[in-house]
Design a protein. Structure first.
Length: 52
């Protein structure tokens, strides 16, 4: 768990997927950013890929 970077990530994803000119989306983002967020960072040991 990483305490840093969660707000920046949330802001970046919101800007990418939401129209922040929409007051409802902007208000939702403001509510998200007002909470205490953490990032969960996963470092996989290996990655397997299967083609079909």
């Amino acid at each position: 768990m990483e305490p840093d970077g969660a707000n920046e990530l949330a802001s970046r994803l919101a800007a990418r997927y939401w129209d922040l000119g929409d007051p409802a989306h902007a208000e939702t983002l403001a509510g998200i950013l007002a909470t205490d967020l953490v990032r969960l960072v996963i470092h996989p040991g290996t990655v397997s890929r299967y083609l079909m």
